[in-house]
Write a protein that binds this ligand. Structure first.
Ligand code: NAG
Length: 392
């Protein structure tokens, strides 16, 4: 021990003692003086009295949103945003497990609160939106088409309702009314097809901002490629749902849709032509280096214009170093800080719906890194919704 350290220690002791002598409150304490433990551990204090009514919430919901039986006994309760789980992963090409995504994301969001201030977004979502968690849609585990149909019907049922809040200005919905928005927790990426059917029915074709490392616009492989299933219709999967969305007229016209973070391998250079035909512009992950997040934001805003926007986030857009638990990880991804900056840059866009997909918790680290990233992105999406009511 150095002399200097010893001197410092001594003077600290002396000054503490001097302080103790001056201050009658600093007598050595044996515990909190005003707590009556006899009373505390008696049955005089009723358990429920010690919590405020709105503090108690035993269920793990997304960012502590109110849990609601949206399809059951509380079907009449109005809200502005529904969080909806879509436990589906039977159209995955590589690692399955996203059926556990919804609860994984809720678990990752336990420190978040819809009533807490999102500092960079400068907003508290609950000041502007009544947000509820409707739990998960029952989706069968053996047949894609049936499962996706279940989700489609559930999502449409929520969207068809009137939202709690309405506004003076005209609504952008085709029927002129104000409808709730849905933030869906996937699920593999195939779920975006039935979800787009829902928003397109209410708002018409929507411009999609698609965060992903893969294009997901691939044509279903022609049946002649597969001698095993001659004449079989190739099913919708998590790599081709946008092809179907385009065929069904759900996507914004004139290439007003954009992929962000692309870096996956291609089957052929023609994939880019097919992608353009489906209606997308591409921002590759590399662009974060070349034009920065501001450049990417500008490109997104130039692409979608004033259209109603649907945001879909495949968690594999984030680098596997920060989000390893995905169906199809690709190195060289964007960082959580970058996606937060990009989302902040989208303030004011009319977000009619959003999803976060491909979180497969079984591959996550013990510290839940992917689930935490996904939950925080979802929280930012709610902030974006809070910033822009769906008015003309
Ligand atoms: C502590 O609480 C018990 C039970 O209510 C009570 O009988 C006792 O008087 C209290 N003691 C003091 C010091 O207030």
């Amino acid at each position: 021990m150095s002399l200097r350290y010893l001197t410092a220690l001594l003077s600290l002791l002396v000054s503490t003692q001097a302080y103790a002598q001056q201050n009658p409150l600093s007598v050595p304490s044996t515990g909190p003086q005003d707590v009556n433990f006899t009373r505390l551990f008696s049955n005089e204090i009723i358990f429920a009295d010690t919590w405020k009514k709105d503090t108690w919430n035993g269920l793990t919901t997304f960012a502590r949103a109110q849990p609601l039986r949206c399809f059951g006994t509380e079907a009449e309760v109005p809200f502005d945003v529904a969080v909806l789980g879509a436990p589906f992963d039977i159209a995955t090409s590589y690692r399955p497990g996203a059926r556990f995504g919804p609860n994984g994301i809720r678990q990752g969001g336990r420190r978040l609160g819809i009533d807490r201030i999102n500092v960079p977004m400068k907003i508290r979502a609950s000041d502007h939106l009544e947000i509820v968690d409707c739990g998960d849609v029952p989706m069968v585990l053996i047949e894609n088409k049936v499962a996706l149909r279940q989700l489609e019907l559930a999502n449409k049922a929520l969207l068809a309702r009137s939202s709690l809040r309405s506004y003076q200005d005209a609504s952008i919905a085709k029927d002129g009314k104000f409808h709730p928005r849905v933030l869906t927790l996937g699920g593999d990426h195939t779920i975006t097809l039935p979800l787009l059917r829902g928003v397109a029915e209410i708002y018409g074709p929507v411009s999609v901002i698609h965060f992903d490392s893969h294009l997901d616009t691939w044509k279903p492989r022609p049946a002649e490629d597969s001698p095993w299933l001659p004449g079989e219709e190739m099913p919708v999967s998590h790599g081709n749902y946008f092809y179907y969305a385009h065929k069904e007229g759900l996507l914004g016209p004139d290439n007003s849709n954009i992929h962000v973070g692309i870096r996956g391998a291609l089957n052929s250079w023609d994939d880019y032509d097919d992608d353009y035909e489906v209606g997308f512009i591409i921002s590759h992950a590399d662009e974060l280096e070349d034009i920065g997040w501001k450049g990417v934001v500008q490109k997104i805003r130039d692409t979608v214009g004033d259209n109603p926007v649907y945001i879909t986030v495949d968690i594999d857009v984030i680098d596997p170093g920060m989000a390893p638990a995905t169906g199809t990880p690709e190195i060289g991804g964007i960082t959580t800080r970058e996606i937060k900056k990009i989302l902040q840059g989208l303030s004011g866009l009319k977000i009619v719906g959003a999803d976060i997909v491909e979180v497969a918790p079984a591959y996550d680290t013990q510290d839940e890194i992917t689930q935490i990233a996904a939950a925080n992105i979802g929280w930012d999406l709610l902030a974006l919704m809070a910033k822009a009511p769906l008015v003309v």
